[in-house]
Ligand binder design. Structure first.
Ligand code: MG
Length: 320
């Protein structure tokens, strides 16, 4: 499933992408709960899914509710939505239910995550290009949640930085919270994956000798364009990851090059802190960032930066 947060009638709304349409989750649930759809086409399986979904737990009211649904309830919801699409697809009047994907304004999938946990130097070539050692243990740092912005939103260079850089990353989205999660249970805690551009003010980073301020300027975490649920990505360590700046390729690697893999990262960080639904873990960037280039490259007003991760999509943001 592709889970989106999009604008409907001027407000954020939860949606699921079905083909070239976004289906509004709250509208679809209202319709099936009100028994507007008495029978799904195709008979019993979706009727069973409907019964199961409506009777086995709270109905999700926000993105965290959607992320926290277990696999079984998420599959049931997916079946219901397929039924809704079949049943109502011809009804163009239902603009509360369907929004053409191409016409939608997508928002950050998780507007205010509790934590944005990032991994530094998790690709060996990137560690080398920035003059750092290849780490023997993961290096974690936080971005604050004021950094979040969505697809198409503008990355704003702050007035006190002239060295704003990009970092293409695969981000993990926590579904079921937990602590002291073992490696073999790590994937059970992931609802899905999205793209995160870990925008960084290098001059602040070097002036402060630590990373918080340079990583946490407003708009420095473009995310999206949606969350792809884990079941659609059986191997998250074999995804091409690229970044273009004004159409020119700057980063081109594969998530298989991560030094510390996803189960290790989840186990390591959850030994001492609780991961909660909606938390984001961004897994680090490969080589090709602006500060590692000769001559140096930094984001300028008028630039367009796009990150593409195979099987997920493309996240594009202008710079001002
Ligand atoms: Mg990074």
């Amino acid at each position: 499933m592709r889970l989106v947060n999009f604008e409907l009638e001027g407000k954020p709304c939860l949606g699921v992408v079905k083909g070239d349409l976004i289906v509004s989750v709250p509208t679809a649930i209202d319709l099936v709960a009100e028994r507007t759809i008495i029978k799904f086409p195709g008979g019993t399986p979706r009727s069973k899914a409907r019964h199961f979904f409506l009777t086995t737990g709270p109905i999700p009211e926000d993105i965290n509710g959607l992320l926290a649904l277990g696999d079984a309830r998420r599959r049931a919801l997916d079946q219901i939505l397929d039924g809704v699409v079949e049943h109502f697809h011809a009804d163009l009047e239902l603009d509360r239910l369907f929004t053409p994907l191409g016409a939608a304004r997508l928002l950050a999938p998780i507007p205010r995550p509790g934590k944005i946990i990032c991994v530094g130097r998790n690709y060996a070539e990137h560690a080398r290009e920035t003059g750092g050692d290849v780490p023997s243990q993961p290096i974690f740092f936080l971005k604050s949640n004021n950094t979040i912005c969505g697809p198409g939103d503008t990355i704003v260079r702050p007035p006190n930085s002239t060295q704003v850089d990009y970092e293409a990353e695969l981000a993990l989205v926590i579904g079921k919270g937990g602590k002291q999660i073992s490696e073999d249970k790590a994937y059970e805690h992931l609802a899905g994956y999205m793209i995160l551009n870990d925008v960084t003010a290098r001059d602040m980073q070097s002036a402060d000798k630590q990373w918080f301020r340079g990583k946490s300027c407003d708009t420095f975490a473009p995310t999206g364009p949606w969350i792809v649920t884990s079941d659609e990505i059986p191997d998250p360590h074999n995804l091409r990851i690229t970044l273009t700046l004004n159409g020119q390729t700057m980063q081109d690697s594969n998530t298989g090059n991560m030094i510390f893999k996803i189960p290790y990262l989840v186990r390591y960080i959850s030994q001492s802190l609780t991961l909660e639904t909606g938390d984001i873990i961004s897994t680090g960037t490969p080589e090709g960032v602006g500060v590692g280039r000769t001559p140096l490259v930094f984001l300028q007003a008028g630039d367009t930066v796009s990150v593409t991760v195979e099987k997920i999509g493309t996240l594009t943001n202008p710079v001002a």
